[in-house]
Design a protein around this ligand. Structure first.
Ligand SMILES: NC(=O)c1ccc[n+]([C@@H]2O[C@H](COP(=O)([O-])OP(=O)(O)OC[C@H]3O[C@@H](n4cnc5c(N)ncnc54)[C@H](OP(=O)(O)O)[C@@H]3O)[C@@H](O)[C@H]2O)c1
Length: 327
């Protein structure tokens, strides 16, 4: 099969479009013919070998994970033993971040626990764009952030995967007002999909503007925790999904003290991959969720897709079509 193979850490230029052996499903796994995959921050981290902790999971000196691609959508073409209700021909999608990546290839083996059935009316590109970012957004908003109808929400880094899917999940929950922070090149799209206000982070620091929110969801934490606290309403919550390691450590170490002294919450999300895809299927089928797709790129051009993501030029989710795809 054809695949995008990582030969060494460093840059997307170390990726090769190569012929490799098609994997064989073990017990509990299915073989998926990949129709589309999407680019996530963890693919970008894997390719660069940075931040360093990614190497603890993917190989210390050389990448043991050879094929990037966290999110996939495709069709089951072979099954191992003990795969329950999954059958050959099923259309599935899921996040493989805890089971070896591998989506930038014509075929990938995945445990059935990492897959959900894809709604009929969801295209392959839409399905591939959803699992990783939508679960970060859903778990950040609903489980950690306890977002309630009528609340005021700010999403920082709002023009990428978590932000564009998170806005739609928040609307479904019944949020009153959503502000999105990102670069101005993404503002038009952000307004179009339903953000009430947009802030260009290169012009304004939202923690300086005097507005306060019930919940802040942040995939790009880069400030001191004290700056976020002043942009929260009394009893408000700040939920980080990711960002600079030093800033995350500060939040981790101060969260219980902050809660006791201020009554506000500052919390770090630990993603539980694929937990909540059934809810996303419901939103999609009800017409309440439509991913914003950047691309799609062809598999042979996956290096360009990764570079676009790494440069922060993407709008929504960067998708790579693999076999037939669907545009
Ligand atoms: N908690 C967990 O268990 C877990 C698991 C996996 C991944 N993650 C993390 O989850 C996050 C995924 O986010 P995502 O998929 O939404 O990323 P994304 O698609 O790259 O979106 C991030 C957006 O933020 C913008 N941005 C960059 N710097 C910014 C700043 N200083 N202020 C405001 N916006 C800024 C980017 O645009 P420009 O660059 O154009 O400005 C981009 O539009 C990553 O941080 C990842 O490491 C967490």
């Amino acid at each position: 099969m054809k695949a995008i193979v990582l030969t060494r850490y460093g840059s997307p230029d170390n990726l090769q479009f190569a012929e490799v052996e098609t994997p064989v499903p073990k017990d509990g796994e299915v073989l998926v013919r990949v129709e589309a995959a999407s680019v996530n921050d963890w693919d970008w981290c894997l390719v660069r070998g940075k931040p360093f902790y990614i190497r603890l999971f993917c190989g210390l000196f050389k990448p043991k994970v050879r094929i990037p691609g966290v999110d996939i959508a495709g069709r089951v073409v072979a099954i191992g033993r003990g795969t329950g209700e999954f059958q050959i021909g099923d259309s599935v999608y899921g996040d493989l971040s805890e089971c070896g990546f591998g989506g930038f290839a014509e075929y990938v083996c995945a445990p059935v626990t990492a897959l959900a059935l894809k709604p009929e009316n969801m295209t392959w590109t839409e399905a591939a764009s959803i699992p990783h970012a939508a679960m970060l957004a859903l778990q950040g908003l609903r489980e950690l952030g306890k977002l309630q109808p009528g609340q005021k929400l700010l999403i920082n880094g709002a023009g990428g995967g978590v932000g564009t899917l998170g806005l739609q999940i928040a609307r479904a929950i019944g949020v009153a007002e959503v502000t999105g922070v990102d670069s101005s090149s993404k503002a038009e799209m952000m307004r179009r999909i339903g953000f009430d206000q947009t802030i260009d982070y290169r012009e304004d620091d939202f923690t300086d503007l005097g507005d306060c929110y019930d919940l802040i969801l942040d995939p790009k934490t880069d400030r001191s925790v004290f700056r976020y606290l002043r942009a929260l309403n009394p009893k408000g919550s700040y939920v980080t999904v990711g960002g600079l390691t030093g800033r995350l450590l500060q939040i981790f170490s101060l969260s219980s003290l902050v809660r006791r002294i201020t009554g506000k919450q500052v919390r770090i999300l630990a993603l539980k991959p694929n937990q909540g895809l059934d809810y996303i299927n419901e939103l999609f089928e009800a017409g309440k969720l439509k991913p914003v797709i950047d691309g799609p790129f062809e598999l042979a051009d996956a290096v360009d897709a990764l570079k676009r993501f790494g440069a922060g030029k993407h709008i929504g989710k960067v998708v790579v079509t693999v076999n037939s795809g669907d545009g």
